[in-house]
Design a protein around this ligand. Structure first.
Ligand SMILES: Cc1cc2nc3c(=O)[nH]c(=O)nc-3n(C[C@H](O)[C@H](O)[C@H](O)COP(=O)(O)OP(=O)(O)OC[C@H]3O[C@@H](n4cnc5c(N)ncnc54)[C@H](O)[C@@H]3O)c2cc1C
Length: 370
């Protein structure tokens, strides 16, 4: 007798499972995929889309199409709760979907606790599809006169976003903008000094200001306040702070890690709920904390594909091994990149070309637009 597999989110860790739904359906199982958009956007190319180097259609996976063309069921919606005892998920509209096996790849979000009032003129770097609205707003401002952009955050996404805002306005803006990165105490503090210097040189060389006087305490439309009480005005604010896993697990009373991510063991399976699996930014891997990078989500793909089928069919589970150090390449927005893996570092045009090649190859493999 077939069973019901439900996937929450068609994110980066579900790519292989989505591409191989036929294998599940062929064995008589029903597959339902729930996602708030017909498409899933590839974060690695998000800043490049913001800068106008990629078009939105270059960086999105056709999730609904992939599911439906194989005979699966796609539900446009957002899961708000998992009722694990009853084995069902609850959607925003109050409807429920029952499962025998559940896999969660619902990603992460940028916390907005520092925001006071509404979000007018304030954009978070996730979800990636919101970068399209950010781009439109930036171009609208650039059509009116000189204006200021504040990017809050000191990590790679702040660096990439600032560099690509610069590119967008260079290529399409009628008026220049003053771009400031509010980088906390130190830009790229998690990285070796040599990487930090490369990023500083690239950004400052283009007139992007980097402030390292302290963390931003409060953000409101048109204004931000530092811990010291110092205030700065900005016409456009990007929140590029670290991400937090989807809140649905905590709200569902499921086992979670210190960051609120769904707790999973080496089989990417939730302890106490062997029928619940997960991957990507929304999990907390019990064996060792993992950075919130797409690289791990991508590496989890074959294990999730195998284990979901094994859980449905009663086979052996495979353990996930995070692997060693990973390659990172930052898109600086001016046609150059900064590449880092272990002791290898490279900046310049070649680094960006390598990133572009890897990202386009990944898209081609799973995009499935036809
Ligand atoms: C600007 C930026 C650039 C980055 N660049 C890189 C990079 O170059 N390399 C790298 O390794 N990492 C990069 N990262 C990190 C990377 O974004 C994450 O690690 C990666 O997105 C994690 O993938 P994911 O599939 O778990 O989550 P997500 O990409 O967040 O995908 C989650 C999916 O689940 C869906 N979803 C969300 N909530 C629900 C819900 N409640 N119900 C149903 N569906 C839901 C979403 O619509 C989405 O499709 C970058 C991050 C940012 C912000």
């Amino acid at each position: 007798m077939g069973k019901r597999l439900v996937l929450v989110g068609g994110g980066h860790a579900h790519m292989m499972t989505l591409a191989n739904l036929g294998g599940f359906l062929g064995k008589g199982h029903q597959v339902t995929v729930i996602q708030p958009s017909d498409f899933h956007y590839y974060s690695g190319m998000g800043p490049g889309m913001l800068g106008g180097f990629y078009q939105p259609e270059d960086i999105r996976f056709a999730t609904r199409h992939v599911v439906e063309k194989q005979g699966g069921r796609f539900v446009l919606g957002r899961v708000v709760r998992i009722e694990a005892a009853q084995r069902k998920v609850v959607l925003e509209d109050g409807s429920t979907i029952a499962y025998d096996v559940l896999s969660c790849n619902a990603g992460s979000h940028v916390p907005q606790t520092a925001v006071r009032g509404g979000m007018e003129g304030i954009f978070a770097v996730k979800p990636i599809e919101r970068l399209m609205a950010a781009q439109a707003r930036l171009l609208e401002l650039a059509g009116r006169g000189r204006f200021s952009v504040a990017v809050i955050g000191g990590g790679p996404s702040a660096v990439e976003v600032a560099g690509n805002v610069w590119r967008l306005l260079r290529d399409h803006g009628r008026h220049p903008a003053d771009i400031h990165i509010f980088a906390g105490r130190k830009l790229m503090a998690r990285f070796p000094e040599s990487v930090r210097r490369k990023a500083l040189r690239s950004l400052q060389g283009r007139g992007i200001h980097i402030l390292e006087q302290g963390y931003v305490k409060e953000v409101a439309t048109g204004r931000l306040t530092l811990e010291s009480g110092e205030q700065h005005e900005a016409d456009f604010i990007f929140l590029s702070l670290g991400v937090k896993p989807s809140a649905i697990f905590q709200e569902s009373g499921l086992p979670v890690g210190p960051d609120g991510g769904l707790l999973v063991n080496r089989y990417l399976q939730c302890p106490g709920f062997p029928e619940i699996f997960g991957g990507g930014d929304c999990i907390y891997f019990l064996e060792q904390p993992l950075d919130k990078v797409g690289v791990y989500a991508v590496r989890q793909n074959p294990v999730l594909l195998h284990n979901l089928l094994a859980a449905l069919e009663g086979g052996h589970l495979q353990p996930f091994s995070p692997g060693g150090d990973y390659l990172l390449i930052f898109n600086m927005g001016d046609g150059t990149g900064i590449l880092r893996k272990r002791r290898l570092e490279l900046d310049g045009r070649l680094a960006f070309l390598i990133k572009d090649y890897i990202d386009r190859r990944f898209m081609k493999k799973f995009q499935a637009m036809e």
